[in-house]
Design a protein around this ligand. Sequence first.
Ligand SMILES: Nc1ncnc2c1ncn2[C@@H]1O[C@H](COP(=O)(O)OP(=O)(O)O)[C@@H](O)[C@H]1O
Ligand SMILES: [Mg+2]
Length: 465
Amino acid sequence: MYPLCDANLAGYPERAVRRAQQLGRYHLLDRIAFGGMAEIYRAKTFDATGQPHLVAVKRVLAHLAEDDDFIQMLVDEAKIASVLRHANIARVYEFARAHGEYFIAMEHVDGKDMRTVLERCRTKKKPIPAEHAAYIGAEVGAALHAAHSAVDSRNRPLRIIHRDVSPSNIICSYSGEVKLCDFGIAKATLSRVTTKTGVIKGKVKYMSPEQALGRKLDHRSDVFSLGSCLYEMLTRIPPFTATNEMDLLIKVRDAKYRPVSELTPGIPPELEAIADRCLTRSRANRYQTAAEAERDLRAFLRKFMPNYSRSHLGRFIRKSFAQEIERELRMLEEYVLTDEPSDDIGENLMGADDNFEPPEVPFHPKPTSVSIALPQSDFSSASNFTTMPKVEREEDIHAQSTVILEGGRKRQAPPSVPPPRTRGRTQPPPVPQPRGPTRPIYDEDLHSAPTMIIDIGRMRSRNRG
Ligand SMILES: Nc1ncnc2c1ncn2[C@@H]1O[C@H](COP(=O)(O)OP(=O)(O)O)[C@@H](O)[C@H]1O
Ligand SMILES: [Mg+2]
């Protein structure tokens, strides 16, 4: 029944209406991404004062919800990420179970992930301009250093290693912020799921040689992966590619790649040198910390483009995705929250943990039905936003008066009306709509590769056989 067109909505005669599905405290709006493990939705929730907030909800696919190890890995992801408070790390609010489903609620980064940005660059046959690559690299470096040097409440190092620093986990917001997300396979003292010997986790293409070999890792592994992302931003192609996993593992292990300047003539040599230093096979010759790589990238940027600020990146992303942004905003307009909200806010599974502090802004359930309407705007024009693109728009989304849909009719919500109770489960999820442009046929199999868990021993024996 989705999307349902409701001609009875006064003032919106031709507007498609999609009903958001409730999951715990969250009302799922459009689906941002779909992977082998989870679906990511943009979602709306309300704080104690009734203020709406946009969040991202990562909902575990049904078949994995029965896998205890996998659920434990996600609990660990949520715990690890929730202790990290850094401007370049997407905040995690909770890992919860509600209506029989598991999900992580996290900060919604309104923008595009680096994989999508790179795909667009490949379509346009243009690499990401050097200044943006340097800035994004520096911001990810800052995020990594914060994670690597994080300590618990008793000042003990958490020894967090991300292990999956890859373009799909780097999100550039429309305002030019850069956030690293998905500490899903991070391993820290906090984590209870240990990586078995011979089992490597992460996207092979962006792994460090020691990771491809299944060796014990330290934080310098992430520095190498940062180098792979930087290389791809500068050349449009990843440093290591192959047609099968075994060959890819060998290429990553050997850390041999075509020089950046060969693929992108005219690249500033200082920037190429930074990528090379991250991509050094021997850990001892690499940058020893992500902060060192960040420092060099910032120094390069200061020299190369002294007036650079994050608004430059914001403008670049908004310009590259002007049409998609319009479409996304229009889609958000179409959502109405359920008129039978459930009081079941679910159970937070991050539970009692010495190292876990609840988020400062806990979301309280206050389910109600909301209709979202947005004014027209043009994102393609250059502007100097230093926050969200057209902050007014974002506020507009949230500041809309609450309307309760009753039998398909819209009316203003009286302020004192308590949220109606529901008897069973709420509405099924909206049928996922295809979003964004059709993806180019570029190395698609490798690019869309989900996070993999590979048993090197088994692969070796398979290859011998
Ligand atoms: N917090 C978030 N805010 C906005 N988008 C997100 C967020 N987390 C993930 N995404 C989007 O979902 C995509 C897929 O994420 P994920 O399920 O972690 O898959 P992958 O294993 O490819 O990283 C990301 O590349 C990004 O586009
Ligand atoms: Mg991810």
